[in-house]
Design a protein around this ligand. Structure first.
Ligand SMILES: NC(=O)c1ccc[n+]([C@@H]2O[C@H](COP(=O)([O-])OP(=O)(O)OC[C@H]3O[C@@H](n4cnc5c(N)ncnc54)[C@H](OP(=O)(O)O)[C@@H]3O)[C@@H](O)[C@H]2O)c1
Length: 225
């Protein structure tokens, strides 16, 4: 039977590529997007497009209701924003802080709370797109301070969720996709989106119970928090 994946934030970049590649592989793909009508024109026709704004908790709840009876083999929490990119140690304004934290932290929290049981029922995987910039051990600068803090917090979301949903049968992991040429990564990034997502899919396919609560890059290397 075909497996089912939900990609949260699938309109562009890495999320779009996940949806395209899994659909090409015969998976049932549910793509959550802020503007599904627009994304319809570039996502394969087989993809089930659902409205999703991860900063709007009622939108996450509505998706949860829509998927209430669906066992999910994989949930990819990809939606993310980078926020201010000041050089040096610069605190953001409150609006920028709220936008980044709501998208990158509260979104994954609420999505996992809502859909974790669907994944556990399938013995599936929750993969949160984090970033090496959220690794406290790897931190060597203060640029993109809000983004760094949001991804460090997202890493805690992964670890905490793994403690709850791991024993129920799910595997919850954080992923660093590399520096990827997308709107967020920019044109000088090292990796093409196709290559990054191919590699991440291999990492996801290779996880086992021992991976629960881990943080991995696109090569499969475990990263320190
Ligand atoms: N690119 C990199 O080098 C890199 C490196 C490390 C980690 N990452 C992480 O990988 C993930 C994807 O990055 P990307 O490079 O593909 O970024 P991107 O090109 O900027 O795309 C971001 C995606 O997130 C969606 N999104 C943003 N806010 C949303 C919201 N409130 N609700 C639903 N969807 C929302 C966007 O949808 P709209 O089209 O509606 O805006 C878009 O589909 C992010 O979590 C990012 O932090 C990226």
């Amino acid at each position: 039977m075909a497996k089912t994946v939900l990609v949260a934030g699938a309109s562009r970049g890495i999320g779009l590529e996940f949806a395209v590649q899994y659909a090409a592989d015969g998976w049932n793909v549910i793509a959550g997007c802020r503007n599904p009508a627009q994304a319809r024109s570039w996502l394969p026709p087989s993809v089930d497009l659902q409205p999703l704004d991860v900063t709007d908790l009622s939108s996450i709840d509505a998706l949860g209701e829509h998927l209430a009876a669906v066992a999910l083999d994989l949930v990819i929490i990809n939606a993310g924003v980078s926020g201010p990119d000041a050089v040096g140690f610069v605190a953001p304004d409150a609006v920028s802080f709220d936008t980044v934290m709501h998208t990158n932290v509260l979104g994954p929290m609420r999505l996992i709370q809502t859909l974790g049981a669907n994944v556990a029922a399938a013995g599936g995987v929750v993969a949160v797109l984090s970033s090496k910039m959220g690794s406290i051990e790897h931190a060597d600068a203060a640029n993109a301070l809000t983004y760094r803090c949001s991804k460090a917090a997202a890493n805690m979301v992964v670890k905490a969720a793994s403690c709850v949903f791991g024993p129920l049968g799910a595997i919850v992991i954080g992923l660093h996709p590399g520096w990827v040429r997308t709107d967020m990564g920019g044109p000088n990034a090292h990796l093409g989106v196709t290559e990054s997502v191919e590699d991440l899919r291999e990492v996801i396919a290779g996880v086992s119970g021992g991976s629960n609560g881990g943080f991995f890059d696109y090569t499969g290397r475990q990263l320190p928090w």
